[in-house]
Unconditional design. Structure first.
Length: 281
């Protein structure tokens, strides 16, 4: 018997508990620090008609945690990041502030444009990689682990300086081949469930999967506080979780594959405002 690709896909989705639901939550209120949670797609041939931040799809209880910085548990990390910014570390006897002074000025817009091409290293750098590069090359300090409290705090603090600014990655020029690689990964079916990122976040956003309401899988809120994790987490941690859910072998945090995926996601979500630290369930 022949089964069309479409029917086959539906079977898989039904098997893992995906059911149609009404439209996404519509709420007039906004998360603190931003003026919009949707944006027009950055190009005519874009796969999405309208871009929505993940905030749009969350339940009111989760949303409310992001509507007030005093309620937002992610701000504990932002505050720790600010303290680390001013802490001397490493053999050069410097802190981040020794060179970059006031982050509110020097880092404004930097997080919105990450990952960025590094001409010397001839590769793109995510925020985590840039922070570690400054630590080893400019401070004589040790690298921080990707998912360490220090790294999460620092990346949240730096990204927070761009809150409310539109994601503005430069994915053309030397980064184009990386963006294309990321796109290829985004549409590749993997794992025992034989699904791609797009199967969930493009074809089925606005529907329930098990108890979770599917978003477009945007990256504008990262690092993000997840109630499930009870802490802040990196974008690559989320990628790993999504890959594990479809029973694929996840790539490593900081791998070229995840960096490429991060670049593609940033380009795909260009125009959405940075919300770091977002709150998700
Ligand atoms: C089986 C469905 C499924 C697949 C396939 C899937 N995800 Fe997800 N993803 C989810 C669910 C469920 C969530 C949590 C609810 C939401 O935000 O959609 C999520 C959340 C996310 C988020 C966080 C969004 C936010 O606003 O915080 C990102 C980013 C993400 N996914 C990226 C990816 C990428 C990249 C891939 C491919 C490697 C992928 N996902 C594959 C189901 C999936
Ligand atoms: C000795 C001076 C020095 C110190 C200390 C330093 N940096 Fe840097 N940083 C630089 C320079 C110079 C650049 C420009 C890129 C390059 O050539 O490395 C840079 C670039 C950056 C960028 C990218 C800026 C952009 O516009 O894209 C970030 C983010 C950053 N640093 C964060 C940090 C953090 C966080 C710390 C502390 C953990 C730190 N830096 C410590 C000198 C320093």
């Amino acid at each position: 018997m022949r089964v069309s690709a479409k029917t086959g896909m539906l079977c898989v989705l039904t098997a893992i508990g995906l059911v149609a639901a009404g439209s996404a939550n519509s709420s007039d209120s906004l998360p603190e620090g931003v003026t919009a949670v949707k944006a027009a797609p950055p190009s005519k041939d874009h796969p999405l008609e309208e871009l929505f931040s993940g905030w749009h799809f969350r339940a009111p209880e989760t949303q409310s945690l992001q509507q007030d910085d005093f309620e937002n548990p992610g701000f504990l990390w932002v505050e720790q990041g600010e303290a680390l910014w001013n802490t001397v570390d490493g053999s050069a006897g410097k802190s981040c502030a020794s060179c970059h002074n006031d982050a509110a000025e020097s880092m404004k817009g930097v997080g919105a444009a990450m990952p960025k091409w590094d001409a010397k290293l001839k590769r793109p750098m995510t925020m985590e990689q840039r922070v570690n590069n400054c630590r080893t090359e400019n401070m004589g300090a040790k690298e921080w682990k990707w998912e360490s409290n220090q790294m999460l705090s620092m990346t949240a603090f730096v990204r927070n300086q761009s809150r409310g600014m539109p994601v503005n990655v430069q994915a053309d020029g030397p980064m184009q081949s990386w963006a294309e690689k990321g796109k290829e990964l985004y549409y590749s079916r993997v794992g025992q469930l034989d699904m791609s990122c797009a199967n969930c976040h493009e074809a089925n956003y606005g529907k329930f999967i098990r108890a979770d309401f599917l978003s477009q899988g945007q990256s504008n809120g990262f690092p993000t506080y997840r109630l499930k994790w009870q802490k802040l987490g990196s974008l690559h941690r989320r990628f790993k979780g999504c890959m594990a859910n479809i029973r694929a072998t996840p790539f490593k945090r900081g791998s070229d594959e995840f960096v490429a995926l991060e670049i593609y996601l940033a380009q795909r979500g260009k125009g959405l405002q940075v919300e770091t630290p977002a709150v998700r369930n």
